[in-house]
Design a protein around this ligand. Sequence first.
Ligand code: MUC
Ligand code: MG
Length: 367
Amino acid sequence: MKITAVEAIPFAIPYLKPLRFASGEVHVAEHVLVRIHTEDGIVGVAEAPPRPFTYGETQKGIVAVVEDIFAPDVVGLTLLEREVVRARLDRTVGNPTAKSAVDMAIWDALGKTLDLAVTDLLGGYTDRLRVSHMLGFAEPAKMVAEAERMRERYGISTFKVKVGRRPINLDVDVVRALRERFGEDIDLYVDGNRGWTAAESARAMRQMDDLGLLFAEELCPADDVLGRRWLVEQVDVPFIADESVPTPANVAREVLAGAATAVSIKTARTGFTVSQRVHHLAESLGLDIVMGNQIDGQVGTAATLAFGAAYERTARHAGELSNFLDMSDDLLTRPLQIVDGYLHRLSGVGLGIEIDDEKLARYRTDK
Ligand code: MUC
Ligand code: MG
């Protein structure tokens, strides 16, 4: 079970259409595939998506920190020493998606070594997750058309609407148009990526009062400490902390400060080892959890699925598992399939995925 090598492979796969939101936009999935090799010939994989506008990481930075610092940290340890890995990686500050990819590739390798699925190693709660699709900024008619396509083709009936534009009615009109088109047939929630002020957020939420939102997420910056608390006190749906809580300590701090009442777990930023801690904390505090999307490709989505299916609380709400559909291609031999609004657990050991060598050769940018 000894780890013998760690690879960090940059690759680039274009999007069919860009995803736009208040803190940035994505046109090409310029991610990093991390591979962990063991002395038994096992290879574990995971994906790190650089999000400079959220965590400050870049593709080159992820490759460098994995090759220069994390690989020497973990080579020679066994797959069972995941807490040692965590302690060593934590000597480096930041770099959440690089650390998480190393952690998740170790779990994948462990599952493959033990002949078990990662979901079963973690908690084995269910065999499927309901899917929520994230709608990026566009005109109301285009966003309604995308929701129609997602419903017809994949049976998806939960939508997270990106908001945070000015004037606020650009977004309020979209949410109203979606509700008018689909009535009670769909669930809707909004994510502001810190785009509005607390006052704008409060005004927008009042204007959407009759639209039956499930949640509101990161409408204004958590660093606007009193404004954020003031907002959360008056919003009558769970207020999800996403980019304000990249660590379990951040979750504790923001919830105790009254800055959030629910949490987004993104395996892309907390891997499996730290996502477990966030899950247990959220459960102890009685917080809703939504399995979030770091604009993941299919490797990252398989990881979100593996974790989300492991616990009752992570499987309760629809998970954000569909934005890989916006990509022109991916790296897996067996593409993920969303059927009737669900993504089912993948059969097989580890994460249940296999990298297509030809596709990796086509999309890697280091050779
Ligand atoms: C999300 O939930 O916010 C956009 C920015 C980011 O960090 O993640 C995505 C989706
Ligand atoms: Mg978010």
